[in-house]
Design a protein around this ligand. Structure first.
Ligand SMILES: C[S@@+](CC[C@H](N)C(=O)[O-])C[C@H]1O[C@@H](n2cnc3c(N)ncnc32)[C@H](O)[C@@H]1O
Length: 253
């Protein structure tokens, strides 16, 4: 009798373990499927437009809020966009679909710019400008109201001298964006909080130097955090919940 009961208990134990395993595996596949279906490019474009619309409507409400989304596209013409490290240029195409019309993409790779031009011509986006330019030694002599970067700061950070190059990057974009303008950074290598900390450190470093030169001033902000995309799917890894990608918006002070 005891043997039969023990065998039954063992059987139930295996069943419970099996069920838990199936649940865990299906959760992993669900997470993967969600990310595959999720279009980061479109999310960034739509979210950036929402951010600009909230500016046009005179507020700084979160782009995640349900703001009234209708705005005449002609106002977006006043929002020139520079996409740094544009690669294939598809983010600019997604922004064009959202109504932005003054669009420039730069990349230090001639091959990338040629590809971006060809894809834009193929897809009928003939007004997007593409230029070969290294953001760390930029030759651009105009300022933009919106700067987007999807994966470029990540790429720059992979350089053996990545830390110094990233400081050069922030320095460069602080000159490329208009005062009050937006910088929208999408990263797969860094969390929102890491980007916030980097921006804070950049401000301290820059103002520390300028303050020392001038002997005045207590503000140390060059960019201030505005908002971040809150709709990316999250995954569980090692018991910690997080997202594989983050998009953060800063405003040039
Ligand atoms: C990860 S890819 C992202 C491409 C594109 N933004 C996208 O989302 O598909 C990084 C891009 O940054 C470009 N890049 C890296 N360092 C750069 C620099 N210093 N100046 C300009 N472009 C750079 C690379 O050539 C590459 O096209």
């Amino acid at each position: 009798m005891i043997k039969i009961l023990m065998r039954k208990a063992q059987c139930w134990g295996y069943k419970v373990i099996g069920m838990l395993l199936i649940l865990k595996i299906s959760q992993i596949f669900r997470n993967m499927g969600m990310l595959e279906k999720y279009d980061v490019m479109d999310t960034v474009a739509i979210w950036t437009k929402k951010l600009c619309v909230s500016f046009i409507q005179g507020g700084l409400s979160s782009a995640n809020d349900n703001i009234k989304f209708e705005v005449d596209d002609k106002y977006l013409f006043d929002y020139p966009v520079l996409d740094l490290g544009t690669g294939n240029g598809l983010l600019l195409q997604a922004l064009a679909k959202q109504g932005f019309s003054d669009l420039t993409g730069t990349d230090y790779s001639e091959g990338a710019i040629e590809l971006a031009r060809n894809l834009a011509a193929r897809d009928g986006f003939t007004t997007i400008s593409f230029l070969v330019d290294d953001v760390l030694e930029t030759k651009l002599d105009r300022k933009f109201k919106v700067i987007t970067d999807k994966g470029t700061l990540d790429a720059i950070g992979l350089h053996p001298d990545g830390r110094a190059k990233r400081v050069m990057y922030w320095e460069s974009i602080s000159n490329l964006v208009e005062p009050g303008g937006l910088v929208v950074i999408t990263s797969c290598n860094h969390t929102k909080d890491e980007l916030l900390q980097e921006v804070e450190e950049f401000g301290m470093r820059k103002f520390g130097k300028e303050d020392a030169d001038r002997g005045a001033g207590d503000s140390h902000q060059i960019f201030r955090y505005l908002d971040h995309v809150q709709t990316y799917p999250t995954i569980m890894f090692g018991g910690v919940e997080g997202s594989q990608v983050c998009t953060v918006a800063f405003q040039r002070v």
